[in-house]
Write a protein that binds this ligand. Structure first.
Ligand SMILES: Cc1ncc(COP(=O)(O)O)c(C=O)c1O
Length: 403
């Protein structure tokens, strides 16, 4: 049967991540792997909200809903995003089944096999998998503490236009996670934000902004979303309820130029027809009662402690032998170990022999580089487990050196 698969299915590799996530769930493992919210952040009020919806609104909550999402939720989101300086009204907001569906719909609209997409390097695994399923070619721009190195973006776009790179195929879009990036934790600086839009506009390449973690800031001043700076309508903004409410309800949103959202709605009709109706009604009620803001407060306070504890433990157990990023928000720090360390090879041993998990660097690069790097996600372990987890990691690395 395999021989009758489409080329895109034949090319897809087995996901080593799925297997590792399963292992990381084993009892006793301290997991810095999955980017999951701590279940303690989910507020107890949700029980009463879902009970009330089931009692009074079951007929709608268990029914199909409109493809772009319930108007009431779209209105609520438009007001919330306008409060963050993104100019939009309800008709500009498309409710999606998680922001990953938003990205999938963008790919459906823009990508033919062999088209080029620009990403940061490293970047989010889920996005790389989505691009791979549309047979896109990735060209990437390295990041530093200030996010995507836009001087390199400019030279890359110039080189492509001149036919010196990517066989002259201009990218269909630039995919960026400007705030508290997954996996690096780095944030695109205020100065780089308008500059990125200026390059995108000059070269005629749309920008897909993935805003997954942007509201989870524990240090420093808020920065405007690229969408808020977008005078020309070149930004497609993707957001998610996963980190401010619940990932299990699979809800996100897309705000883009109308030309794009209209196509996205048409594709969504043939994909899942509508997003989770019950979840949308719950999200709206949660939001209207101020519980999204309350959950963000709880989450940020918890993340700040976990981040501090993680950075302290890395310092205590690895000292100057590694470098790590210092996030101002979000779930991740990105660690670079000495040359010669193979984070992919060490991972099964870390999990099986030392009961600690992380995600190895190459998973975040289209070219599988980053062998001596790893993503440490501190959202899930308890504060009291973090030092022990990092101590185990050090022990695992030492044991391997001495073998
Ligand atoms: C950068 C980034 N974008 C998108 C997603 C997917 O979010 P959703 O649950 O909304 O599909 C994640 C999830 O971890 C993420 O880290």
């Amino acid at each position: 049967m395999h021989s009758t698969f489409a080329a895109r299915a034949q090319k897809l590799q087995r996901s080593e991540l799925a297997a590792l996530f399963a292992l990381a769930e084993e009892p006793g493992v301290i997991s810095f792997a999955g980017g999951f919210p701590d279940p303690e952040w989910f507020l107890p009020e949700i029980t009463e909200i879902s009970d009330a919806i089931m009692r009074a609104g079951r007929g709608v909550a268990l029914q199909y809903g409109p493809t772009p999402g319930f108007t009431t939720l779209r209105e609520f989101m438009a007001a919330r995003l306008t409060g963050q300086s993104m100019r939009c009204d309800a008709t500009d907001v498309l409710i999606t089944s998680g922001s990953l569906q938003g990205l999938d719909l963008v790919c459906k609209i823009f990508l033919e096999p062999g088209d080029v997409v620009v990403t940061e390097a490293p970047t989010y695994i889920g996005a790389l998998q989505t691009f791979a399923s549309y047979e896109a070619d990735i060209v990437s721009v390295p990041i530093d503490a200030g996010g995507m190195r836009i001087e390199l973006l400019e030279s890359l776009l110039s080189d492509i236009r001149a036919g010196r790179q990517a066989e002259g195929r201009m990218p269909k879009f630039i995919y960026t996670i400007p705030s508290f990036q997954n996996p690096s934790g780095c944030t695109l600086s205020l100065e780089r934000r308008p500059a990125l839009l200026e390059f995108a506009s000059r070269f005629g390449v749309p920008v897909v902004e993935d805003h997954a973690y942007a509201e989870l800031r524990y240090e420093g001043a808020d920065l405007p979303a690229l969408k808020a700076l977008d005078e020309e309508g070149i930004v497609i903004h993707l957001g998610t309820f996963s980190k401010i409410f619940s990932p299990g309800l699979r809800l996100g949103w897309m705000v883009g130029p109308r030309l794009v959202t209209e196509k996205a709605i048409l594709f969504k009709q043939g994909t899942d027809q509508c997003s989770n109706s019950l979840g949308q009604i719950m999200a709206l009620e949660y939001g209207k009662r101020g519980l999204i803001e309350k959950q963000i407060e709880v989450t940020v306070a918890s993340l700040r402690r976990k981040k501090d504890e993680t950075l302290k433990a890395l310092r205590a157990h690895f000292g100057d032998t590694i470098t790590r990023t210092i996030p101002e928000g979000g779930f991740y720090t990105w660690v670079t170990f000495p040359e010669g360390i193979d984070t992919v090879g060490l991972l099964p041993r870390a999990v099986k022999e030392h009961s600690v998990a992380y995600v190895a660097g190459p998973s975040f690069y289209a070219d599988r580089s980053g062998k001596n790097q790893a993503r440490i996600c501190f959202s899930q372990p308890k504060v009291g487990e973090i030092d022990e987890g990092i101590r185990r990691l050090r022990k695992c690395f030492d044991t391997c050196k001495s073998r």
